[in-house]
Design a protein around this ligand. Structure first.
Ligand code: ACO
Length: 322
């Protein structure tokens, strides 16, 4: 038996910043519309970097902060819906870039919930006692899967990566977990349709491979279903949580969820104004920024709730003594 502890956090975003005003040059939109509907002011956009490049930067930063050699890593898990390839995984490329020859590596596909699903998976590896150190990263280049002529989706997303180093601890830090999927609603949010074919099959219709979304349905799902799941989790947890780090989709979603959950709005951290929605990267970027600011400490004294939701549809919550 073992206990996983997040001992380091790091994040990275491409240097190119695209503001709402920049977008209004190429789309029929405005800073006013985007800010008032979403709370987003700008996003980082990758020009030359792929998901594995962003994730490698985060992994290198985690190693340099901890003073560990890449050879000490037992696993690398990357949550992404924008991997460079289907095969190999982004995680395998990161393992190669780092020279982390002793680590097994794979990707997790759970869209915006990916980091929470990956972290929960990694925690089980650590709990088995068989592994000592591992890295979990959420990394995305959402800009490469958007339809840049569709103003209703193009303005929402951004690129970036964030991650954590897990090490063994003598006490339990991951306290409560809930992971969920409703595959019957997959069509409300999808991207990367493969349109695979073979000489034995005639394709009747090619479907779009870029991201499509039923914004209203996703909005309703988060307010009803995800809020309820967070409330239920808090009802069964005897102590106060210090901060709630929710997936950074949209400030109106965050405001409404805070009301529905009946927790002080100040406890909900946010940074989508500067990053947009970075899918699986949003929670670890938010976590890393707030550790840098000193608001969240990695000393085992605070309790945080991580809540992610997105395509699948998927949603997952973790309460962690950080
Ligand atoms: N700029 C200007 N006008 C726009 C834009 C834009 N970027 N996008 C849409 N509009 C227009 C529409 O065309 C529509 O015009 P019409 O009334 O003339 O037809 C009008 O604005 C209203 O459109 P709605 O889609 O009804 O806008 P709404 O107020 O519902 O906001 C939004 C859209 C922000 C996407 C909202 O539905 C929402 O927050 N949904 C949640 C989805 C989300 O955040 N998804 C992120 C990915 S999912 C995830 O991470 C969990």
């Amino acid at each position: 038996m073992g206990f996983a502890k997040m001992t380091q956090v790091a994040h990275y975003a491409p240097s190119r910043i695209v503001t709402n005003d920049d977008l209004s040059q190429i789309l029929d939109t405005s800073d006013e519309w985007i800010r008032s509907r979403t709370g987003i002011g700008q996003r980082h956009i990758s020009e030359h970097e792929d998901t594995s490049d962003l994730a490698t930067k985060v992994a290198e930063s985690l190693l340099s902060k901890s003073g560990l050699s890449p050879l000490e890593l037992d696993f690398i898990i990357i949550a992404t819906i924008t991997p460079d390839h289907n095969m190999p995984s982004a995680a395998a490329k990161v393992q190669g870039n780092l020279g982390a020859q002793n680590a097994f590596a794979f990707d997790v596909t759970a869209a915006c919930s990916g980091f929470v699903f990956a972290l929960a998976t990694a925690e089980k590896f650590m709990a088995s006692g068989a592994y000592q150190k591992g890295i979990v990263i959420g990394a995305e280049v959402m800009s490469k899967v958007l339809d840049w002529s569709d103003r209703s989706t193009a303005v929402l997303f951004g690129d970036g990566a964030g991650g954590v180093l897990l090490e063994q601890s003598d006490r339990q830090h991951f306290l409560v977990e809930s992971l969920n999927t409703d595959g019957s609603q997959w069509q409300n949010l999808q991207s990367g349709r493969k349109n695979l074919s073979s000489p034995f099959q005639e394709i009747v219709k090619k479907e779009p491979s870029f991201l499509t979304m039923d914004g209203r349905a996703v909005f309703d799902f988060t307010i009803r279903t995800v809020s309820k799941s967070i409330r239920q989790m808090l009802d069964h947890y005897p102590e106060e949580v210090d901060y709630l780090l929710l997936h950074q989709a949209n400030i109106r979603i965050l405001d409404k969820m805070a009301k529905k959950i009946s927790v002080d709005r100040d406890k909900f951290l946010a940074n989508m104004d500067r990053y947009g929605n970075t899918s699986g990267a949003s929670i670890p970027i938010l976590l890393s920024e707030n550790v840098e600011k000193g608001l969240i400490r990695l000393d085992g004294t605070q309790t945080i709730l991580l809540s992610a939701f997105g395509g699948g549809l998927t949603w997952g919550n973790l309460i962690v003594k950080i």
